[in-house]
Design a binder for this molecule. Structure first.
Ligand code: AMP
Ligand code: ZN
Length: 483
């Protein structure tokens, strides 16, 4: 098998495609900014992890051929420090959530962390090699602050601030365009430059925080950006290969991480060599935002009867650097596409053995070319369709090649059964067994030419959100119309 196409990835630092070569081929190292666990992830957040999973799968799949060792992938869990504005303004998201629900902040973090991990599982996103939790690294964060304080920071009543004029080229990553600089508000009195940011935020007198620690700069909590510099350095060293996040991080969070990294190494190294950013999932109504309260979670899609892998497929149908607009229609189209794939694969599995008049190799190579071109999954998907439909290739050989597509795209088609795809909506009143029983009665009625009874059963099922589908080309005998 040849998966030797050179891997090119878009580096936000240079705003260009660059050939990827790991710094230490024996161990490829990636850090991804993780979720802030004050609420459920919305499906936009999850797009960021479908992207990192694709990256990690491609790096793993191409490793052997390129002589790379195993991938170390770290994702952090932000359970402290992230304010309602990325630029040091507003309330701590975790503290605010705990106050609103009268729960302990630790319970909140545990609950939403578990929900997030379940989302990843549902989307067939592989676990990283390490989860690193911000509050497990407070002492390291303080030590990091102590190392950079004298040369790069200044103290105000509200905490310790990083002076961005002390590092070369601050904000190079953000670039000239500032259209997404949402929330860059200079809300802290006494900052030398609007872009200066908190390394440590001292608790205000009388402020009642559930999470606070002693530090040389007073009792308080770390600034949000600090954790990622500290944990990436601790687990991946510096420099390491790739740092990922959503496109919003290109403007504030990642430039601030870079500034901290440069201060820490006392050099111009940016920490990661590649900075990669996924574009946003948007809705026609505008940006998807967790703080707006009513937002789309993956569980909400599942409760509405949509298999979560349909959402994964929807993400893969767009390039990660393109904005993707969410709509019910496009999700439904992705579900139909997934059903077709699952049916095609199950039919291949049932075929009798046959000799091959062709080779699947060319398909593997086209898969490789597509994903090696900056993870171009929309280009890879039609190759999969063509492979499965290529009658010259024996079914067993097509299925063997499918394993490569599954390894890279993570759709799990080899194991996906068509029954799995029929998720019952949460508000369903009939379960699958009830439906099967009613359909059996209807078949008997039809065999006995009792069309009145057959129609009555069909109408009764329809009233309960089950549409009977006689002669459906995909071979489904019913579908949900609920939710
Ligand atoms: P948060 O939990 O807010 O820290 O965000 C987790 C990840 O989701 C970050 O990498 C964000 O950049 C990313 N993100 C936030 N909103 C969206 C969106 N609408 N589409 C894609 N990624 C997003
Ligand atoms: Zn981060």
């Amino acid at each position: 098998m040849s998966v030797a196409a050179p891997l090119t990835l878009y580096n936000s630092l240079s705003r260009s495609l660059e050939r990827f070569e790991p710094i230490y081929p024996a161990n490829v190292r990636v850090y991804s900014c993780g979720p802030t666990v004050y609420n459920y992830a919305h499906i936009g957040n999850l797009r960021a992890y479908v992207f990192t999973d694709t990256l990690s799968r491609v790096l793993t799949w191409k490793a052997k051929e390129n002589g790379w060792g195993p991938l170390t992938h770290v994702i952090n869990i932000t359970d402290v420090g992230h304010l309602t504005s990325d630029a040091d303004a507003g309330d701590d998201k975790m503290e605010a959530a705990a106050r609103a629900s009268a729960k302990s902040i630790w319970d909140i973090a545990a609950h939403y962390t578990a929900a997030f991990k379940q989302n990843l599982k549902d989307l067939n996103i592989r676990e990283p090699s390490r989860w690193s939790v911000a509050t497990d690294h407070i002492q390291e964060m303080i030590a990091f602050g102590e190392k950079i304080a004298a040369k790069h920071c200044y103290q105000l009543d509200s905490g310790l601030y990083f002076d961005v004029s002390t590092v070369p080229d601050y904000g190079r990553l953000a670039g000239a365009q500032d259209d997404v600089r949402e929330g860059r508000i200079d809300a802290v009195e006494g900052k030398r430059h609007p872009q200066d940011f908190a390394i440590w935020r001292a608790s205000a007198p009388g402020e009642n925080r559930q999470m606070e620690w002693d530090s040389p700069w007073g009792r308080g909590a770390p600034g949000w950006h600090l954790e990622c510099s500290v944990m990436s350095e601790k687990y991946l060293g510096s420099p390491f290969d790739i740092h990922t996040g959503g496109i919003d991080h290109r403007e504030i969070h990642h430039p601030n991480e870079i500034a901290q990294n440069q201060a820490f190494c006392d050099c111009s190294d940016t920490g990661a060599r590649w900075w990669m950013h996924n574009n946003f999932l948007v809705e026609r109504a505008g940006k998807m935002s967790k703080s707006s309260g009513d937002f789309r979670t993956l569980q909400r899609l599942i409760d509405a009867g949509v298999h979560p892998l349909a959402y994964r497929l929807m993400c893969l149908s767009a390039h990660y650097r393109s904005e993707l607009e969410f709509s019910e229609e496009s999700l439904a189209a992705a579900l139909t596409r997934l059903k077709r794939l699952a049916i095609t694969v199950s039919q291949l599995r049932d075929r009798p053995p046959a000799p091959s008049a062709g080779s699947a190799l060319a398909y593997r190579e086209r898969l490789d070319e597509a994903v090696s071109d900056d993870l171009n999954t929309p280009k890879a998907l039609p190759v999969l369709d063509e492979l499965l439909a290529d009658k010259r290739i024996a079914p067993t050989d097509r299925l063997a090649a499918l394993a490569d597509f599954d390894a890279v795209l993570g759709l799990g088609l080899a194991d996906l059964k068509r029954e799995d795809l029929r998720v019952r909506p949460k508000n369903a009143t009939l379960d699958e067994a009830d439906i099967a029983a009613r359909l059996a009665e209807r078949r008997e009625a039809r065999a006995a030419k009792d069309f009145a009874l057959s129609d009555a059963i069909r109408d009764e099922l329809a009233a309960q959100g089950v549409e009977v589908m006689d002669g459906d080309p995909l071979g489904w005998d019913w579908r949900s119309t609920l939710a």
